[in-house]
Design a protein around this ligand. Sequence first.
Ligand SMILES: [Zn+2]
Length: 279
Amino acid sequence: MSSLIQLCLLLVTGLFSSATLAIPQQSLVPGGIAIIALDSTAGEPAFSFRDKPVLISRHNDQTVAIVGLSLSLKPGEYFISGHYGDKKQLVKKFFTVNDKEYSTQRITIKDKRKVNPIQQDMERIIPEQKRKKIAGSFYSQETADLEFLNPVEGVISGSYGRRRVFNGQAKRPHSGMDIAAPKGLPIVSPAAGTVIESGDFFFSGNLLYIHHGQGLITLYAHLDEIKVQIGDRVQKGQQIGTVGATGRVTGPHLHWSVGLNGSWVDPALFIKQPSTELN
Ligand SMILES: [Zn+2]
């Protein structure tokens, strides 16, 4: 195919095929990522999706918007809107989100309070949820490195998006990837970033949030030890903690989430070679 035809196709669809970009992969489903070509010759782009600023990146001289698609999105047509420096010249870029059926996982938790918290637990959970919400929608302007390292070597024991039934009760779907690994194994930051939240949380155990730039956030839960503090600048590959079994767990593993524009998306779209998957 001539490059001119390719360019025309690109302009028609406004979307990249996942082959064009190695990382992250595009996946136009709830919980996936839309990668939308922008005008590379225009001014400085600023686009948002559902009132949240989206990450803008350059790949091979092409400017793209990398848009996180929330798991709760209904299939259908959506758009990002923005401008190239002139707020009066509003631009809309449309894309289609397709349906995806995620499987169901049944989990038995021995500590029943971790499934049905008592009033005393709720007094702890409610402020923790507020902190998580703030951390999950953090945004600042610095450029993000999208070429992630795997945070830990292990086996994927729970994939993103699964509907989950704890002790027979339907709970929220899985907002990240579970990687089973022995307790104490080092966890590294997949890219440079800043620690924006950390603490011992009721469900998540020892929990850590890293902002990598422009709303790209990674979250690490159930850690045994946290090796960094809020406000720390971390380098790509730097150890940030160790695998543990704190919070609501059945065994030692890392729960890893990746967020874009305030939505948790499938972390598998960010890693080159997902470890072998169980079940
Ligand atoms: Zn998990």
